[in-house]
Ligand binder design. Structure first.
Ligand code: HEC
Ligand code: HEC
Length: 393
C-alpha cells in the first residue's frame, strides 16, 4: 500500500525544489510517484477471486502484528511493510552475522558460536527475556545489513522457466568472458530465485520463512518457533499463529503485484546497457513457463532485468555470509525493474546514486569489473544516457 512516508517525502521535495528537479536528482529518495505509476497495483487479467485474494494479502502485508496474534518470542519487525514500504525497498533491514577469517570475508570453519543462527533478532516479547544480538568484542564477528528489497514484479521472477535460467547460465559459461553466473541449485533440487542470495525457490516458501524468521509468526508450513536464548518453543499466542490461508494470501499478493510501468526508454541507452555488459547479468527479459498458473505471466517474457543467477561480486561487496547455494562473495543479480522506486542501492543500501552503485560493482575478484571499466570509459554524455535508461526501467 502507499504509506504516509510517500506523501511526506514528496512534500519535502516540493519544499526544497520543484518536484521535477527533485525527481531528476539521483541522490534524492526516488519515492516521487506519478499518479499513473506507483507500485502496489495488481497485474491485469485477475479473476474476481484472484482480486479478492490480492486485497486480503494486501491487508496481511501491511498489518502490524501484536503479541496476542503470535508475534515473537523474537522478531525483527512486526509487519512485512516495515521492510518493504510501498512494496519497495526498506526502510527496515535485517542484520546478519558471520564469523570470519582475518581477511574479513572468508567464513571461519566453525560457526557454532552463533548458537541461534546468523540473523540478529534483537526485539522480543514476553515471555522472552532477551533477543539474539551480536556478541560484542569478538573481532572475528562481521555484522552486515540487508535492506528488504522491493517485492513488486516478483511474480514475474517466479514465472521464469527453469530451463531459461539454465540456458542463460550455459550461454555465459560458453562466452568465456568474466561473467559466469551460477544456477542457485537448492538441496531439494529446485532453483533458488528469491532472497538476495537466491536461497528460496518460491514466493510461498519465502513468505512462510519471512513470517517465521522476521516476525516470529508460525504457520502450518513453518510450525516451530526458531531457537532462541530463553529456549522458548511458543509465545503469547499458543500453537501455530497463522492460518495457511493467510500465508497463501500474502504470497499471492506479492505474486500478483504488477511491475512498474515503463515508458519512453531511449534505444541509445539500451544499446549502451548491452555494450558495456550490464545486460549480461541484468538480462532485459527471460522466457516464462507455459504452465504458470497466472495466465498473464505464462508463455511470455518477464522483463525483470536479472538472470536470476549467482555471481561472484568480489571482495568489495562480500559480506562473509554463506547462504544455501551462495558463498560469502556471491549475490543474485539484483532485478533492475522499478529501480527508480528504491531509496538506496545494493544489498546493504551503501550508496544512493546509480553511478556509485555501478562503481561499487568493481573490486578484486568481481565478475562485473570489466563492465564497470567499460562504463567509466564512456563519455559523460553516454554515461548520462545509460543512467537515464536504468532509471526508467
Ligand atoms: C525485518 C525486515 C523484513 C520483514 C519484516 C520482512 N522482510 Fe521480506 N525481506 C527482507 C530482507 C532483508 C530480504 C532479503 C533477504 C535475504 O536475502 O537475506 C527480504 C526479501 C523478501 C522477498 C524476496 C525478494 C527478492 O527479491 O527475492 C520477499 C518476496 C519478501 N521479502 C516478502 C516479505 C513478506 C511477504 C513479509 C511479511 C510476511 C516480509 N518480507 C517481511 C526484510 C524483511
Ligand atoms: C557480473 C554481473 C553483473 C554485471 C555485469 C552488472 N551487474 Fe549490476 N548487479 C549485479 C549484482 C549481483 C547486484 C547485487 C549486488 C549487491 O546487492 O550487493 C547488482 C546490483 C546492481 C544495482 C543495484 C540494484 C539494487 O537493487 O540495489 C544497480 C543499479 C546495477 N546493478 C546496475 C548495473 C549496471 C548499470 C551495470 C552495467 C554498467 C551492471 N549493473 C553490471 C550483477 C551485475
Amino acid at each position: 500500500m502507499y504509506p504516509i512516508a510517500i506523501v511526506r517525502i514528496v512534500l519535502v521535495c516540493a519544499l526544497g525544489a520543484t518536484l521535477a528537479a527533485c525527481a531528476d536528482d539521483p541522490s534524492a529518495p526516488s519515492y516521487v510517484l506519478r499518479s499513473d505509476d506507483r507500485p502496489g497495483q495488481p497485474i491485469g487479467q485477475l479473476t474476481e477471486a484472484q482480486q479478492l485474494q490480492f486485497d486480503r494479502g494486501d491487508g496481511v502485508f501491511s498489518q502490524v502484528f501484536r503479541e496476542q496474534q503470535g508475534l515473537g518470542p523474537l522478531f525483527v519487525r512486526p509487519a512485512c511493510a516495515n521492510c518493504h514500504e510501498g512494496d519497495g525497498k526498506g526502510p527496515g533491514i535485517v542484520r546478519r552475522m558471520a564469523l570470519v577469517e582475518a581477511d574479513g570475508f572468508t567464513p571461519a570453519r566453525d560457526q557454532s558460536p552463533l548458537r541461534f543462527g546468523s540473523m540478529v533478532r534483537e526485539q522480543f516479547v514476553t515471555p522472552a527475556t532477551q533477543g539474539w544480538v551480536p556478541f560484542e568484542g569478538n573481532s572475528a564477528l562481521r555484522v552486515s545489513q540487508r535492506f528488504g528489497p522491493a517485492v513488486f514484479a516478483r511474480g514475474w521472477m517466479e514465472a521464469v522457466d527453469a530451463r531459461e535460467i539454465e540456458r542463460v547460465a550455459a550461454e555465459q559459461a560458453a562466452s568465456g568472458g568474466a561473467v559466469h553466473g551460477r544456477v542457485a541449485r537448492l538441496a531439494e533440487g529446485r532453483i533458488g530465485r528469491f532472497g538476495l542470495k537466491a536461497t528460496v525457490a518460491t514466493l510461498l516458501d519465502f513468505t512462510a520463512n519471512a513470517f517465521q524468521g522476521d516476525m516470529g509468526l508460525t504457520s502450518p508450513m513453518r510450525p516451530m518457533e526458531l531457537a532462541n536464548p530463553d529456549g522458548l518453543t511458543d509465545d503469547a499466542h499458543p500453537g501455530v499463529d497463522l492460518t495457511m490461508e493467510q500465508v497463501e494470501d500474502t504470497a499471492a499478493y506479492v505474486r500478483t503485484l504488477a511491475a512498474p510501468v515503463r515508458t519512453g526508454l531511449d534505444p541509445r541507452g539500451a544499446a549502451l546497457f548491452a555494450r558495456v555488459g550490464c545486460a549480461s547479468c541484468h538480462t532485459p527479459s527471460m522466457a516464462t513457463t507455459a504452465d504458470f498458473p497466472l495466465r498473464a505471466m505464462a508463455n511470455t517474457r518477464a522483463e525483470v532485468f536479472t538472470d536470476l543467477l549467482l555471481h561472484d561480486m568480489g571482495e568489495g561487496l562480500a559480506d562473509g555470509v554463506t547462504d544455501g547455494p551462495a558463498g560469502p562473495r556471491d549475490w543474485r543479480t539484483a532485478p533492475l525493474v522499478g529501480v527508480r522506486f528504491l531509496r538506496n542501492f545494493l544489498h546493504d543500501g551503501r550508496v544512493r546514486t546509480l553511478d556509485a552503485a555501478i562503481r561499487a560493482h568493481r573490486s578484486n575478484g568481481s565478475e562485473a569489473s570489466p563492465s564497470v571499466d567499460a562504463y567509466t570509459a564512456l563519455s559523460a554524455a553516454d554515461q548520462t544516457l545509460l543512467l537515464d535508461y536504468v532509471r526508467a526501467l
